[in-house]
Design a binder for this molecule. Structure first.
Ligand code: CAA
Length: 279
């Protein structure tokens, strides 16, 4: 199945990045967000990112941005072959998006989720086309990082999986298939790492700078776990860990109290200007 037109729902840092890489592949993208100003902010971020990539031989920013159209309603994008949902990591919100997309989009359209942790089967159950529902999980910053986790639920058809694997490759990404279990592979590994760094900070084993320096200089990571948590968003980290904790029923995945404290105080990381570090 050929995917020419794509709708991205949610214009945060992930949705904006996804819209950018899809448009850079020559496809038409409709970008939708319920929050006023979100699509404008995403288009600005896209221009900045494309400007950096153009310096290294990427396509001119304007050529890519002109293929992204901000829309106010899903009905304005009804010719789409694929929806990629990238709204907040909240199962009820995502299920509602899937229910609406299923109502509005043509029967052939695939409904994909960029969820970091929520089982795809629960989103598929909100639709009448479970064979066309799949996980397509990108990594932040989307224009730079090459991985796409592809998650098939039990009902996902071979044709849907093949179309998404092929699209991921066409976007210049490397797809890795993972089973439909809370957190998949990526967050099953990443979140306990981040959480343990937060426990180490709370126990005073080292300060935030020190903990991140250990990961950068000792393990060769480009960012330390605390700076990475700030990049992902501390609220998103807690939401993912809550899904892991509940879905896997294992206390290892319980978010550290300090992480919850930051979120309760509105310190979400880079996006709010404060997290484990100041921005
Ligand atoms: N668009 C375009 N180019 C970008 C960019 C963007 N948004 N962000 C960074 N770059 C480019 C820079 O221009 C730079 O290019 P050159 O090397 O050619 O100069 C290069 O990437 C490196 O950037 P910086 O020099 O600014 O800084 P850095 O070396 O620290 O790299 C980083 C930044 C790419 C974010 C790097 O630190 C990194 O890869 N960090 C790890 C991020 C990570 O682990 N992300 C996954 C989070 S988990 C997730 O997303 C999913 C989930 O489910 C939670």
């Amino acid at each position: 199945m050929e995917i020419r037109r794509v709708v991205v729902i949610g214009a945060g840092q992930m949705g904006g990045g996804i819209a950018q890489v899809v448009a850079a592949s020559g496809r038409e993208v409709a970008l939708l967000d319920s929050q006023a100003g979100a699509t404008d902010r995403a288009l600005d971020a896209m221009r900045r990112s494309l400007g950096r990539l153009a310096e290294k031989g990427g396509p001119p920013a304007d050529d890519v941005v002109q293929r992204v159209r901000a829309v106010d309603r899903l009905q304005d994008a009804d010719g789409a072959d694929l929806v990629i949902e990238a709204v907040a990591e909240d199962a009820a919100v995502k299920e509602e998006v899937f229910r609406q997309a299923d109502e509005v989009l043509a029967p052939h359209a695939i409904l994909a989720s960029n969820t970091s942790s929520i089982p795809i089967a629960s989103l598929a159950a909100a639709t009448r086309r479970p064979e066309r529902v799949i996980g397509m999980h990108f990594f932040n910053p989307v224009p730079v990082l090459k991985l796409v986790e592809v998650i098939r639920a039990t009902a996902t058809s071979d044709e849907t999986a093949a179309a998404i694997v092929s699209l991921a490759r066409d976007l210049g990404k490397v797809p890795v298939e993972a089973r439909d279990v809370a957190g998949f592979v990526s967050n099953r590994i990443l979140m306990p790492f981040i959480n343990e760094a937060v426990h180490a900070l709370a126990e005073g084993i080292a300060d935030a700078e020190g903990i991140d320096t250990v990961a950068k200089l000792g393990f060769g990571h480009p960012l330390g776990p605390l700076a990475l948590a700030d990049l992902i968003g501390l609220d998103t980290c807690v939401a993912i860990m809550d899904v892991l904790h509940e879905g896997l029923d294992d206390p290892r995945f319980e978010p550290a109290a300090l992480l919850r404290e930051h979120v309760a105080a509105g310190r979400f990381g880079r996006k709010s200007g404060e997290g484990f570090f100041s921005y």
